[in-house]
Design a protein around this ligand. Sequence first.
Ligand SMILES: Nc1nc2c(ncn2[C@@H]2O[C@H](COP(=O)(O)OP(=O)(O)OP(=O)(O)O)[C@@H](O)[C@H]2O)c(=O)[nH]1
Ligand SMILES: [Mg+2]
Length: 302
Amino acid sequence: MPSLRETLARTRNSILGRIQTVLGQADISDETWDDLESLLLQSDIGAPTTEKLLTNLRKRAASEGIVKASALRGVLRSELVALLGPKATPVHDAKLLLEVIMVVGVNGSGKTTSIAKLCHLYLKHGRKIVLAAADTFRAAAIDQLQIWGERSGVPVIAGAPNSDPGAVVYDAVQASFNRKADLLIVDTAGRLHTKHNLMQELKKLRNVLSRSVHDAPHQTLLVIDAANGQNAINQAKGFAEAVGVTGVILTKLDGTPKGGVTFAIVNELGIPIRYIGTGEKMTDLQEFDPEAFVANLFDEKE
Ligand SMILES: Nc1nc2c(ncn2[C@@H]2O[C@H](COP(=O)(O)OP(=O)(O)OP(=O)(O)O)[C@@H](O)[C@H]2O)c(=O)[nH]1
Ligand SMILES: [Mg+2]
């Protein structure tokens, strides 16, 4: 399992790492602010979030009487941590008979892989899991989930290719009750958000869940490929409007310099990051920890 430090290497080495050069030994000048702004903008943090950060930094520099640019490093870090909000605590309510997690996201973002990783994590916590293969549009998608299920000994409820995903979800709820499972994770299809019918389909699935299990889905996790950078924001808005999203699984941080998008997601969408994907293996999922995340974005040798 790669460490967070390894996972963030590309992001750290690309742009965010250069911030320490800008925030060097000289006194703060207009140039410091300009350079900082342009680096933040290049780092996929996005314009609204960059603006917010700079406003806060300027205020703190003034009120705390900061003169040296290097003294802004710590302030920047604390502002970045504050932006990400508190570490999300596990939301499992033990009184819930059956918890339902619906997983959504565009195709290829890493939904099925992330579900396998979530299984691995929750099995360690002693949960009894059923998976629903509600991505019925591609036979390969059903197979992929079944392979993961077999590997970890978790039953996968699936239908025939092109069958009604609502029926699959309904069957999966019944199977969960029959098997006395306490966690049902639903995999869904992921065409582009611009195709209205996908969103309609997801809404239908959501309704089947809410009619079958009290308060379900208890979590709706949106899987976002970090390599999509700023494009991920609009995608996420589409899903959030259609099905309501309670948390984000940010995948493929290991392969991209665009880790700055993490801040844009939380700030612009107001949705917390719950997990991050750090590789392709079952064990490559970490609970998101804002402080550790920010600490590993910068070079420790500063
Ligand atoms: N490096 C890396 N690869 C990942 C990560 N998460 C997923 N992948 C890879 O991304 C590719 C797509 O993952 P899937 O889980 O099939 O994505 P999906 O969202 O289910 O895709 P569709 O079923 O087509 O909608 C696979 O090759 C995964 O191995 C990650 O955190 N890091
Ligand atoms: Mg899939």
